[in-house]
Design a protein. Structure first.
Length: 547
């Protein structure tokens, strides 16, 4: 046997090993000398991670400290599908523990092209802990805060809601997001190859958001919503709103909208239902606007409450004939009787004395055609006529051809109740408010006396509250027809009232959209009466009427 052949093979093998070793040595030198820093950053990134620490969101409380929106502890369950050994078993276990559909979980858990998927966001912590105890490989858990509305539907249109990331998306949750949200913290953690945190290297704590105390009274709010629900059902109406104001401070004690919704279920609620109609929607007010014309005529010294006019049951204004809703004969009515009987012809007669410029001035002074500045997002400024035709002086004074919001109208009446001083309506207790004088105290007292007669013997008798003097005004207005003109079957019925009239504590407005019976005195006045009666008893406001 030739002994050179094995030796040759050994030498060849040694050469190959030498070359391989030299290659590996060169590769090591190249990595350490040329790419050391870059690789070190990659390695650190695999072991170290900086994560955000969510800040607890501040609560929203009513004026008495009742919790309206709070944060509750929750646990988010996630998975790295690349580390899930048995996707089917994991899906079944997670579905059973978290009350989820395993079939919907299986697909994401089996998708090994992904490194992260949510199993359940903000799950019940007890259920999540039960799942965590099973020790299923590939599942991870971390704590979060879930926004909860303990009162359900009470105040939902005002509160709005915060999304899954605890950011305010609508209502006061959006308007007060800067106050409620706080400031998130940060943590630098060391993770194992499966992404589990082993240690915290550095931490900046989160700063908790501030609580917000609202002007709302949860009890009054709940009652107003209940009354509106009953009113909508009774009259087959499309919707209804109610505003309860403190006229002296401009504080909104209740702001109710029907149909309502549970703020905890906002994702399942349509935008149409979520809309806060009291602030964002407008309507033609009808006769409730007549108070502005009367206030202007009294303030400008054109008439006194006792000034009398001979009024026909209809009046020609340019190309339009406007008639009374109730009166069929020519009568002599004083200014006070024009208000108590809600006379269209009488109000137009006063408007003609004022003229276009002065009537427009008084509408502006009472705040129509501009936002009230209420601390709620999306407020509508309303609509004043963009141009005047010959008949505008006849339609505008009786509340047609103008669009207002319920909050605007309630605030205007609050100015009358507050001795003639307009106060900016607000929903947050700490907010400063603007104020301005609209009419003199003498004129406000004259108007209050006239509006008492509306309830005593005029169109608003169904707003009367036993033991209390009530001042108010009814309103009935046909809705504009999309095809032009006004509808003959769709109306908005309303009532605005002040109680107790001798020492005003509450201004309450009710509007009912498209009731089966159109008159404000029949539809809205009884709803006012129910809200007022409850509020007077609940707030322990003493009676002011002689027994």
């Amino acid at each position: 046997m030739n002994r050179r052949l094995p030796n040759r093979r050994i030498r060849l093998l040694l050469v190959l090993f030498t070359l391989a070793f030299a290659g590996l040595f060169g590769r090591a030198v190249w990595l350490q000398a040329v790419h050391a820093r870059g690789l070190d950053r990659i390695a650190q990134g695999q072991r170290h991670a900086t994560v955000a620490v969510p800040a607890p969101r501040g609560a929203m409380l009513d004026r008495n400290g009742v919790q309206l929106a709070i944060g509750r502890r929750a646990t988010t369950v996630y998975a790295n599908p690349k580390h899930v050994a048995n996707p089917q078993a994991a899906a079944i276990a997670a579905g059973k523990a978290l009350h989820l559909d395993p079939d919907k979980l299986y697909g994401p858990l089996a998708d090994q092209s992904r490194g992260f998927v949510y199993v359940a966001r903000k799950a019940d912590p007890k259920r999540a802990h039960a799942l965590q105890r099973k020790g299923i490989q590939g599942l991870g858990f971390y704590s979060e805060e879930r926004r909860v509305y303990p009162q359900g539907s009470v105040g939902a249109h005002v509160l709005g809601y915060a999304g899954v990331d605890n950011k305010g998306l609508s209502g006061l949750e959006l308007a007060l997001d800067g106050t409620l949200a706080g400031r998130p913290g940060r943590e630098t953690v060391v993770r194992d190859p499966f992404g589990r945190a082993l240690d915290v290297l550095q931490a900046t704590p989160a700063v908790e958001g501030h609580d917000a105390r609202l002007t709302l009274d949860a009890t009054l709010q709940a009652n107003a919503e209940s009354v509106l629900r009953s009113t909508v059902r009774r009259w087959g109406a499309l919707a209804a709103t109610a505003v309860v104001l403190d006229p002296h401070g401009g504080e909104v004690l209740a702001l109710a909208v029907e149909p309502g919704f549970d703020a905890n279920r906002f994702p399942q609620t349509s935008r149409e239902v979520q809309r806060n109609r009291a602030v964002t929607d407008t309507y033609e007010p009808g006769s409730t606007l007549k108070v502005v014309t009367v206030a202007g005529a009294l303030s400008d010294g054109l008439v006194e409450p006792s000034t009398a006019f001979t009024l026909k049951p209809k009046i020609q204004v340019a190309d339009r004939v406007i008639q009374e809703a109730y009166r069929k004969e020519t009568e002599r009515l004083t200014v006070a009787e024009i208000v108590s009987h809600s006379s269209n012809v009488g109000t137009i007669t006063l408007a003609q004395l004022l003229g276009r410029e002065r009537l427009t001035k008084w509408l502006g002074r009472f705040g129509f055609g501009k936002k009230t500045g209420i601390d709620f997002p999306g407020e509508t400024q309303g609509i004043l006529p963009s141009y005047w035709s010959g008949s505008t002086i006849g339609t505008l004074p009786i509340g047609h051809g103008i669009a207002v919001t319920p909050v605007q109208m309630a605030t205007a009446y609050a100015a009358v109740a507050n001795g003639g001083v307009w106060k900016q309506p607000h929903l947050v207790l700490s907010n400063r408010v603007k104020q301005r004088r609209v009419i003199s105290r003498a004129v406000s007292e004259q108007l209050m006396a006239m509006m008492r007669d509306v309830v005593l013997e005029g169109t608003g008798t169904e707003a009367a509250v036993e033991g209390y003097q009530v001042a108010g005004k009814t309103g009935t207005a046909a809705k504009p027809d999309p095809r032009g003109g006004y509808s003959t079957s769709r109306y908005v019925a309303s009532f605005v009232g002040v109680v107790p009239a001798s020492d005003p504590r509450l201004v309450i407005l009710v509007t009912v959209d498209e009731p089966s019976t159109i008159w404000g005195g029949t539809v809205a006045a009884p709803a006012f009466q129910q809200i007022a009666r409850f509020a007077l008893q609940y707030l322990e406001i003493p009676p002011d009427a002689a027994s």
